[in-house]
Design a protein. Sequence first.
Length: 115
Amino acid sequence: VQLVESGGGLVQPGGSLRLSCAASGFTFSSYTMSWYRQAPGKERELVATISRATSSTNYADSMKGRFTISRDNAKNTVSLQMNSLKPEDTAVYLCTAQGLYYSYWGQGTQVTVSS
């Protein structure tokens, strides 16, 4: 099982980034996919979730209207489009897959928002 995130980097405040997570080794379409983030000294927090069946989405309040999660079950990928980025969005962003019995986590990709 692998979840490999990509797309992180350094961006100025107000800028955009698109994160991607490539999944392999499990039945991707059967899993709810989420993005979490963890900033230094802070607890890990949920960013966004997309369901396996209906692709319904859910966002943390601070991300609503700025972030968009999407998935492509044919390509086994989940993406996170992040707009209007703020310095407080700086964190390691992790992709996770939640199934009925198992959950999997990626290693994360660093996002730094700074001028």
